[in-house]
Ligand binder design. Structure first.
Ligand code: GLN
Length: 536
């Protein structure tokens, strides 16, 4: 019997013009969502022009949260959007930064692999990029590749050249989507298309003609904008989709579906177009847009204030759990650094329904996080600790039990009372890249624990990113501090989850469950956190 060859992977490239931060990631994820709804298998990848090897060393205040994949990649926050929209678990291959490519090309050069050739951006770097893109797309019907930054940036040129070359070799398999921005001038009450026209010209100048234009704007522009943009960009009106600010990011796939973009994409790429089933997605959008009767005030004890991006997955997990419990979530920023000395900041704590202490690094704000945990312990307030939030909860429990000197290695390296210490293999690695305990690790939950009840199973797996651990020197003291280790690594060596014994809901995990929460499948710890508040 003749074997039918698997159809070749189709590539959809998503580039951006005019300015950054206009939602290329959401556009890419939305295209994936409507194609996946057609039964197509979809992979997705972000190419970032920074010279960093991965996002692990980037400051979250500037670049947003570091998203962690199950195989331990420290990636751009767009991977979080991708996972939530596509409901998949991505891998390192979905996050490609210039530094990773250059590192490989240079080490190949050192290893003599170029056999006397001059090593150049074209073809060696661009070939290497193409290789990674093709490799990541293998086995999928469609592979979506978002190029970070804006076209014309000096740094992203090699990526743009690489995808141009790839489309020369596989023209029938490639489609380009350019995301542009159309500003509104309030003085003349007009939407201005010139920046978008220029952005398309810039892309064409680099040898790429866009097939689809995604047009971002603050407000909805008049339909006549389509004809104008089409005339100047050479993209047919039916392949242009208007994306004014959405009420929720989850609405974008529905807007694209309604504009018929999936038809354009599938017909250009020769893919089947079995009518998509977006029913589950519509339910998510409906929940996201519902104003529920009840609102819960959730305090986030944060070092980086008022920056949604820094704690993106935590907020998305809270919101999704809110929908599952039919409540609105009001995020209340609590300044971790100011909390220990600022009475006004402290006065916020009693007004909260629950407290989340998210992950973080460095000394700044740690005392505030400890104080918040102590407050929750003493006042039966619901507490959810994530990674650093577990470590500070243990310090808080020890201090509350009278060990005033209890501390974490991040606060005082030389203290003899470190209830949190560096993991044995992490001592000298502070600030180095890719060296933490990263990605999926298993955990066994104690019978009768709150954790076991919430997860509903004995063995779980969660993603990690940390250097410190609960010091085993103090583990036997936990009960006398009013807490217990309810989850440990399978060998029992590492504390993974703790909970307070006499408390309605005080639970903290060394892992980052927020990365596994999905809009339609919120994480059990987040659901339980809100449910406990509502049960009060
Ligand atoms: N800074 C702590 C550690 O390295 C917590 C890390 C985190 O919250 N991701 O262990």
């Amino acid at each position: 019997m003749a074997l039918r060859a698997k159809p070749r992977t189709k590539f959809i490239f998503v580039t951006g013009g005019v300015l950054s931060g206009i939602g290329k990631g959401i556009t890419a994820a939305s295209i994936g969502t409507i194609l996946k709804a057609r039964g197509l298998s979809v992979n997705i990848q972000k190419c970032d022009p920074y010279l960093n090897v991965d996002a692990g060393t980037l400051n979250p205040a500037e670049h947003g949260e570091v998203f962690v994949t199950y195989d331990g990649a420290e990636a751009d926050l767009d991977l979080g959007h991708y996972e939530r929209f596509l409901d998949v678990e991505l891998t390192q291959s979905s996050s490609l930064m210039s530094g990773r490519i250059l590192q490989r090309v240079i080490s190949d050069e050192r290893a003599g692999k170029y056999l006397g050739k001059t090593v150049q951006i074209i073809p060696h770097v661009t070939d290497s990029i193409q290789q990674d893109i093709i490799e990541a797309g293998k086995g999928f019907d469609v592979h979506i590749v978002e190029i970070g930054g804006t076209v014309g940036d000096y740094e992203s040129l090699s990526f743009i050249e690489a995808i141009r070359e790839l489309s020369m070799r596989r023209s029938a398999d490639c489609l380009f989507t350019h995301v542009v921005y159309v500003p509104y001038l309030s003085t003349s009450r007009e939407f201005k298309t010139k920046p978008a026209q220029n952005a398309v010209r810039e892309l064409r100048g680099l040898g790429i003609v866009p097939d689809v234009l995604a047009v971002r704007s603050e407000e909805k522009p008049p339909h006549s904008i389509l004809a104008k943009l089409s005339l100047f960009s050479g993209v047919e009106p039916e392949a242009i989709v208007l994306l004014p600010n959405a009420r929720t990011i989850y609405e974008v796939p529905l807007t694209m579906e309604a504009a018929g973009i999936a038809e354009v994409i599938t017909s250009r790429l020769g893919l089947h177009n079995h009518r998509g089933d977006l029913a589950a997605w519509k339910r998510v959008v409906k929940s996201a847009l519902t104003n529920y009767r009840k609102t819960l005030r959730i305090g986030v004890i944060a070092k980086y204030l008022h920056n949604q991006d820094t704690y993106m997955s935590v907020f998305e997990a809270l919101r999704a759990a809110g929908w599952a419990n039919e409540v609105n979530i009001e995020i209340v920023w609590v300044n971790a650094e100011a909390l220990p000395r600022d009475k006004k900041e402290q006065a916020v704590l009693p007004t909260l329904d629950g407290v989340v202490v998210p992950g973080g690094f460095g000394q700044r704000g740690l005392e505030g996080k400890i104080l918040a945990a102590r407050y929750c312990l003493a006042n039966q307030k619901s507490y959810l600790g994530l990674c650093l939030g577990l470590q500070m909860a243990i310090v808080a429990a020890a201090r509350s039990a009278g060990i005033a000197e209890a501390t974490s290695v991040e606060l005082d390296e030389n203290s003899p009372y470190k209830v949190i210490d560096y993991m044995a293999d992490q001592k000298d690695k502070a600030n180095t890249g890719g060296t933490m305990r990263l990605g999926d690790y298993a955990c066994v939950l104690q019978r009768g624990s709150l954790a076991r009840k919430l997860y509903g199973q004995e063995k779980i797996v969660e993603r990690h990113r940390h250097r410190c651990e609960c010091s085993n020197v103090y583990r036997d003291n936990y009960e006398s501090w009013g807490i217990r280790a309810s989850g440990t690594s399978p060998d029992g060596h590492l504390v993974e989850i703790i909970e307070a014994i006499d408390h309605p809901f005080f639970i903290a995990t060394q892992a980052h469950p927020e990365f596994r929460s999905r809009p339609a499948r919120p994480h059990p710890l987040f659901i339980g956190f809100l449910r406990a508040i509502l049960a009060k």
